[in-house]
Design a protein around this ligand. Sequence first.
Ligand code: AMP
Length: 414
Amino acid sequence: MTSTPNREGTAPVTSAQRILVLNSGSSSVKYQLLDMRDHSRLAVGLVERIGEQTSRLVHSPLTDGGEKRERTGPIADHEAALKAVAEELARDGLGLDSPELAAIGHRVVHGGLKFSAPTVITEEVMAEIERLVPVAPLHNPANITGIRTAQALRPDLPQVAVFDTAFHTTMPESAARYAIDVETADAHRIRRYGFHGTSHAFVSRETAKLLGKDPSEVNVIVLHLGNGASATAVRGGACVDTSMGLTPLEGLVMGTRSGDIDPAVTFHLERVAGMSTDEIDVLLNKKSGLVGLCGDNDMREIRRRIDEGDQRALLAFEIYIHRLRKYIGAYYAVLGRVDAVVFTAGVGENAAPVRAAAIAGLEELGLVVDADLNAVRSDAARLISPEYARVAVAVVPTDEELEIARQTYALVNA
Ligand code: AMP
């Protein structure tokens, strides 16, 4: 862990070794149970479409002889979902009542400025997460529900919040502030917070490891390219700039989000197209990005269409790459010296053509991708630049659940 944990609550030092990681969305819960002695996964799963008739729980025990199980049928709310998860874990001898369970780590999307490190959850912490709902209306309410439900199931157990925003709290004011009226900004807590921080922290540290260096010695540009996408400039282990802002809408072109846009587009849509604020919100968050440009948000499908000569898919790809290259250039200038550019998440880890196009023609910046290394498919962290290159280009698979578990475990054992 790079930062000092916030010990808001008192977590007893524990000899138990298991951590349950919960990632609660508005209609889903993803979970993993990890053994922190060797970071192995004991079970993984998800509940989706909570609150609908067609809810589904998929549970995979990863212990010897365990088999993937699936349940379908209505699961009314998060409480019912977590109870169902607890039942499945119990069937594998991994129940939540086990003395082996040390803590539950929750992914919390927005921690504002107050939370720069993982935090043991108390009522004061809950009140602060609640206070941030206006700046994270889609995410924090679901996270709060997940925490409340887990607390009800195991009130005696430490519950830890790991914030998506925490890694970015080191950003200087020059990067974090928008150039708008300061009083208005401060009154409404408008500033750039950044997201995907758990992933950027994990990947930047693993990249340093790949280079055989300490994180404090390296400057890295991390490109987290999933359905949501963000870029981060990391200097000596600390974030100095990131592409997402007040919300996860700013920055790169994403699966369904526009990323950077002239803010006047929104007034224009209101005044000229007669759209409501909610309609514009849906347009920019759900119907833009790759899906808005070409109808598909899956990079595999876009590449397939390009191979068939589809011009709309090609233009969407080119817009996506153009924005990505702008951020690489911008963060190169922010950092001054770059040791590595690293690709991660679904697109970054798997889409070789994206990596090749993002780096093409940047030899003058010391950036080169080796076509053969780039074509290798692997789950391992790896370099895709030739040995002679001045700046490393790498692919480092992200693992947000492991990072949440590590931070949670470190905090309850601190
Ligand atoms: P994530 O949000 O990190 O789970 O990433 C999901 C996205 O990764 C999908 O929407 C796809 O666009 C992309 N993706 C996943 N697998 C591949 C693949 N084999 N090739 C290209 N893109 C992929």
